[in-house]
Design a protein around this ligand. Structure first.
Ligand code: ZN
Length: 64
């Protein structure tokens, strides 16, 4: 018995993790499978690393 009609959705390989990704309007991260994979491709690792570094370094002084 089919529980999901293949009208508006299909399974595609996630570009990030190569896993199954739901390519459908209900998946805002398509063609990625999740926000995490989408973030990886968008370079969220950079911003996250920057944020960690900033937090680690401390933001007491900001000279321009
Ligand atoms: Zn993925």
């Amino acid at each position: 018995m089919q529980e999901t009609p293949q009208a508006f959705q299909r399974i595609v390989p996630c570009p990030a993790c190569k896993g199954d990704s739901l390519y459908a309007p209900r998946n805002p991260y398509r063609p990625f499978c999740s926000a995490r994979c989408q973030g990886l491709d968008l370079g969220a690792w950079a911003s996250e690393a920057f944020r960690m570094e900033a937090s680690n370094m401390g933001n007491d002084t900001e000279e321009l």
